[in-house]
Design a protein around this ligand. Sequence first.
Ligand code: ATP
Ligand code: MG
Length: 600
Amino acid sequence: MRLHLPIVGDFFRYFTIIRTFVGFEFALLVLLNLASAIVESIGILLFIPFLAQLAPTPANPSNHAHGLFSSFVASWNISIGATLGLLVLVFVLKGVLLFFLIAYRETLLNRTRQKTRDGLIALYSDLDYRYAVQQSSGFYGNLVVAETDRAGLAMEEFCHVVSALITASIFFSIAVFLYSSLSVFMLLGVGLSFVLLRKLSARARLYSIRITSLSGRLNKGLIQTLQAFKYAKATARFSPLRLQLAKISAGTRQTRNKLALVNAALVAVQEPVLVICLACVFYYAVIIGRSHIALVMVAVLFFYRCMIEMGHFNRHWQWLSSYAGALEQVWTVVWEMKQHREGQDGEASADFEDKIELRDVSYVYEVRPILQQINIRICKNTSIAIVGASGAGKTTLVDLLTGVLKPTQGTVYLDNKDLCDVNLFHYRRSIGYVEQETLVFDDTIANNISMQWDQSADPETSARIRQAARSSYCDEFIERLPLGYDTVVGERGVKLSGGQRQRLAIARELFKEPKILILDEATSSLDSQSETYIQQSIERLRGSLTIIIISHRLSTIRNVDYVYVLEQGHIIEQGTFADLSRLPGSAFRQMCELQRVVSS
Ligand SMILES: Nc1ncnc2c1ncn2[C@@H]1O[C@H](COP(=O)(O)OP(=O)(O)OP(=O)(O)O)[C@@H](O)[C@H]1O
Ligand SMILES: [Mg+2]
């Protein structure tokens, strides 16, 4: 028959998890605990000579501990006053140790919380793009902010559990040594509380896991609702969103209530168990065993302290169980994130001296082919355009160029080196990318352009910010704002128009002074006038950096060196703008005619 010890199993599982977060400094905590318990034991033992002098009745000589007790008392020739002084000294020492123990524990746990949070953020930024887009940002938000804190509480509870176990074991051993027959009652008490604890902690853990999952869902729903604010308001569609959140919120409340009941049951049951055991001990020791009161008192004191520590163990174990869901979630996610790291550490240097090439590149999302047999060559300091219908695969092509997606077949080369072998971090530092969905931070315009939060006021940085703003035709609207470059643009740039947001995003990339500039529908929201200005700016950059433009508006790409036309993942045409637009019957010519870029 296999022995099933769920608490022991869980203890070692939590220990393994917490050790990886806290590190070996955990050992110092254990040592401090041990020292504090030993010092307290010495203090309690000092009560023996003190009580024996108060009630010097002869002990029951048949008991082994009584023999030791008598010789200890006989050899103790320090006065009551001095004994009491020593006792106070020992407890002062215990207080000092306790201070260091608590201070060290809290500092260590705070550091661990911060390390875990920073680690999660670092791991998130290292994630493989394909894996990252499948995850919910609400889930990660909840994990980093709330669950990391709950996991920290679980670690704190675990420290209390270990502390209670160490102290209880020491007190138990001394009590058994002093009065071995008491151990029967102790084991009875410990056994009884374990049975209760086992049932209650299993429930608590279950509720905790449920709360963690509900918090993640609530956060996800909340983020979606906040992002949909304008739409939901304008179309009176807040009710279904609110209803969904209210349901999750109610579920969380119910689960929390159940968890509170389980915790309350444990606290309520603990004291009666302790009192029953103590009553048995006293009855047995004083009435049946007729032992010396000093020995009984000290043994019972150890017994009592042991039971109190077991009570602490129970209570903290219960709380640990109610935070365990968060601890296990954080642990699992950290593990999963490590499995899905991008691996940016290619050895080859990547200065982009010559060209980027896609050779026979195909890309498949799940089972759906998105790009097939793509061959593209982009020479340094030239400009190319990628055009095609919506869903043709243009953004996916850019993702392959930046290395966030890896080709399913074929190879992307950077200066004849496979991009998989190139240090991606180094390579990407030379890329400027205005995404199709404009990225704007809820910060000042200056910080949005520089992304150097603490240096935007620096005169040199400030001059570069203004230069980038002029080149992207931003200065026109920035200077009309009362706070100019210090204007906070609101969440996702809500205080700016669509076109202003796009120009701000272009300014950010120009500030970066990249070697490769990717513009994915970067001017789609601009009026013709602004677009012409930006085009002129980009025109000025031609020859000094490599430009990749994706645009539905063909007027934007009139001046590029080379055009690729994508259709359902295939390159169907390529050539200069002039050649393609003149090619009779070409898809590009038809697109130009539709947009009246060339006359039919
Ligand atoms: N994360 C994803 N998972 C699965 N399929 C995706 C994913 N991202 C894009 N796709 C699919 O890949 C195809 C190409 O998408 P892509 O964004 O490259 O098109 P596009 O040419 O940029 O279109 P648009 O002009 O509308 O921006 C689409 O059919 C799209 O549904
Ligand atoms: Mg796109």
